[in-house]
Structures are given as structure tokens and as C-alpha cells.
Design a protein. Sequence first.
Length: 127
Amino acid sequence: MRQWILNVLYLGFKEIASVLRDVAMVGLIIYVFTVAVYSMATGLKTEVNNASVAVVDADRSTLSSRIKDALQPPYFSPARDIDRSEVDELLDKGSYTFVLEIPPPASKRTSSQIVAPRFKSTSTRRP
């Protein structure tokens, strides 16, 4: 038992010494346990609030209208229907934060065949 405790202590000190030699790791540890905790505790918002959403609804079914109706305040502003040809232009202008594209005919697929709707966001676009 004594040898096991000595081995654990030796390996523990070895790991601590190894981490202390890695400047990037020490910086990350300091950041995670100070700045990140403080910013989350003082009210940094991480959820969406009143995001502008457009919908390209190629299905026009009850299912797709229920999906559109699920985008409700305070997280989303009322969704507006747009044409597929307008998507890139409106995202580039910053008119919408997200565009939800519902492919045709999503309502006729069985639950095992449903393809998830695609989201486009201005934050992921590259010039």
C-alpha cells in the first residue's frame, strides 16, 4: 500500500511539472477558471435573442408550417417566407441571421427517411 501511494504521488508531481512547463496549457487553465467563469456568472448571454429568420419552404405542408411556427419570440423574430434565389443576397446584406431551407416533399418521408432541414447562417459564410 505504501508503495502504491508513493507511485501515485510521484506520477502526480510528474504530471504537474509537465503541465507547468507548457505555457499555453497554463494560460488556458487560468483563462478557463477565471475569465470564462466570471463572464458567464456576470450575465454573458450565450442564447439567441430576437434573431431574424427566413424560410425557404419548398414543401408547403402542415409539417413545414409547424416548423415555421415553432420559431417564436423572444428567440426569433417572426419568420418570413423567401424564394431560394434570394437566400445568398439577403444573407450577404445581413437582412437575416438564419435561413431555414425545408426540402420538398419533407412531409411524405417516413420518420426513418427524414432529412434534417438545413440552416444557413451569416456567421459561417466566408467571402
